[in-house]
Write a protein that binds this ligand. Structure first.
Ligand code: HEM
Length: 499
């Protein structure tokens, strides 16, 4: 190579590196340039410096909300390298989730249908695809459909009692988080996909093993995951994938075999799988070049099956273990709830019905307080489509493309909304107390058109489990419970006795 050529090459590399460094520097100065209050970011971790197992996202978001609340309608932060706005004003939260939803209908998170097809599910997809999918899939968990699933939930809860019985005979300390995960896996498998997961009978059942891995077994390190979320468009261009191949293969096989079986035996279930098969067959419906929905492909069906399974097996179970943990710590609340269950059942010839569950007012209060204290998603995420000048604050504009965060964890622990927020107190959710607060101050399922579509299902599933559990067992704390982390990320050991 001639000296001149080498010189040109080195110059090009230096120019390129300088340009990249400059763009990076500009990005990490995004809020400073706009004069929006924010913490100085770390170049690698953005605002999540110090992130660890014991100091997670929730703690960082909560501390940021507490420090910036009152400074303006939002503050800036960096979701790793991506500029993000944290909303601090309840009026603005309402505008984003509901009134001005058309400008905030996207989540703007990473998904890559081409190279990582399972990420193309309702939670991740945006724009017209979300609109159509949402319209087609939300009937799966309508009040009517959930009522039809109620007997399956009861079967699951009976199986849960039998499994717990066997565990109690062997050991009084039970790790309830995993046990609730097994119950929720069996219930969502049966109700959404029409399959028997058998994870209560067999803790190592394949479905459960996969379900456990979805949330614990990341394909990339936190740093690389952060970069993917920081530059979602670039990550898509680089053909990145986030879901492990063997997990994806499991769901591809599950959906394919399920379809084949149903077609061969002419099986029609009252479930998500059935609904998706109808959308798959309907040739009148499939996306065409004008972005019009023209049906659901098998890959798209698999992505939905994956997310519904993941949401159904994890979220209700961690909320249930939070409820049991708090009930074990406060025996008077546990006794009061048990009395309500027994009285209500007595009024219905000892038979648990769907209507009966709705009559249990204290049950609703206990679960609402659990969801306040342990929201499974510590923040809601949206993305502005166009620049959004904040009403009454002309100096504050949410720029298009910026990630918008509603800090659920900050709001749920805001002492001005919930005095003494660390205390578990179901009285906060009596109908009178609820009326005195703004509805937007309780967001465990989100709100507006992108609210959780599984909320009715999850509520019924959790209530059913609590009825069966409290009728048959007494929960209390033991030496082992003390190792439980307050945000229930780890194991939750409780002492369990048969009544
Ligand atoms: C205790 C249980 C659950 C909690 C706390 C929960 C919470 C949430 C939250 C906070 C969101 C985001 C809402 C927003 O951005 O406004 C969400 C979205 C969603 N959830 Fe749930 N969820 C639970 C159970 C379930 C179940 C059982 C399913 C279905 C099997 C489910 C399906 C979904 C779907 C499909 C979305 C995306 C909705 C959309 O973007 O249109 N969730 N959930």
């Amino acid at each position: 190579m001639s000296l001149t050529l080498l010189h040109v090459l080195i110059t090009c590399i230096v120019v390129l590196l300088t340009a990249v460094a400059y763009l990076f520097w500009r990005r990490m100065n995004y809020w400073r340039e706009r004069g929006i209050p924010h913490d100085k970011p770390s170049y690698l971790y953005g605002s999540f410096r110090g992130l660890s197992k014991s100091y997670g996202f929730s703690e960082i978001l909560r501390s940021m909300y507490q420090r910036y609340k009152g400074t303006g309608p939002f503050c800036g932060y960096y979701f790793f390298q991506r500029p993000a706005a944290m909303i601090l004003d309840m009026g603005l939260v309402k505008n984003i989730l509901m009134k001005d939803f058309s400008n905030f209908s996207d989540r703007g998170l990473f998904y890559n249908e081409q190279d990582d097809p399972l990420t193309g599910h309702l939670f991740f997809v945006d724009s017209s695809k979300w609109h159509v999918l949402h319209g087609k899939l939300s009937p799966t968990f309508s009040e009517y459909k959930v009522r039809g699933m109620f007997p399956l939930m009861c079967n699951g809860a009976q199986q849960l009692v039998q499994t717990l019985d066997a565990l109690v005979q062997r050991n009084v300390n039970v790790e309830v988080k995993e046990l609730m995960g097994r119950y929720a896996t069996d219930v969502i498998g049966k109700c959404a996909l029409g399959i028997e997961c058998n994870s209560l009978k067999n803790p190592n059942a394949e479905c459960r093993a996969i379900g456990r891995r979805i949330f614990t077994d990341r394909r990339h390190s936190p740093l690389v995951s952060g970069l993917i979320e920081g530059f979602p468009k670039l990550a898509r261009k680089l053909r990145m994938a986030v879901i492990h191949e063997d997990i994806a293969n499991f769901f591809v096989r599950l959906v394919r075999e399920n379809m084949e079986y149903r077609e061969k035996h002419n099986v029609r279930g009252n479930d998500l799988m059935n609904l998706m098969m109808e959308l798959n067959k309907s040739k009148k419906l499939r996306y065409d070049e004008n972005d019009e929905f023209k049906g659901l492909t098998v890959e798209e069906m698999t992505a939905q099956a994956f997310f519904f399974f993941a949401a159904g097996s994890e979220k209700s179970s961690s909320t249930l273990s939070g409820a049991l943990y708090e009930l074990a710590r406060q025996s008077e609340i546990q006794e009061r709830l048990r009395s309500e269950i027994i009285e209500t059942l007595c009024q219905h010839d000892n038979e648990l019905t769907y209507e009966c569950l709705h009559e249990m007012k204290y049950m609703k209060q206990v679960l609402s307080e659990t969801l306040r204290k342990y929201p499974v998603l510590p923040h809601l995420v949206r993305q502005a489509l166009l620049d959004y000048p904040v009403p009454d604050h002309p100096e504050y504009v949410i720029p298009a493309g910026v990630l918008v965060t509603i800090p659920v964890i900050g709001i749920h622990y805001d002492p001005e909304i919930y005095p003494d927020p660390e205390k578990f107190d179901p009285e906060r959710f009596t109908p009178e107390n609820v009326k005195m607060r703004e509805r937007i101050g309780w967001l465990p399922f989100g709100d507006g058109p992108r609210k959780c579509i599984g909320f009715r299902f999850a509520e019924m599933e959790m209530r059913t489990a609590l009825v069966y559990l409290l009728k048959n067992f007494k929960f209390s704390v033991s030496e082992l419970t003390k190792s439980t982390s307050i945000n229930l990320r780890g194991d939750t050991f409780l002492k369990v006795e048969r009544i």
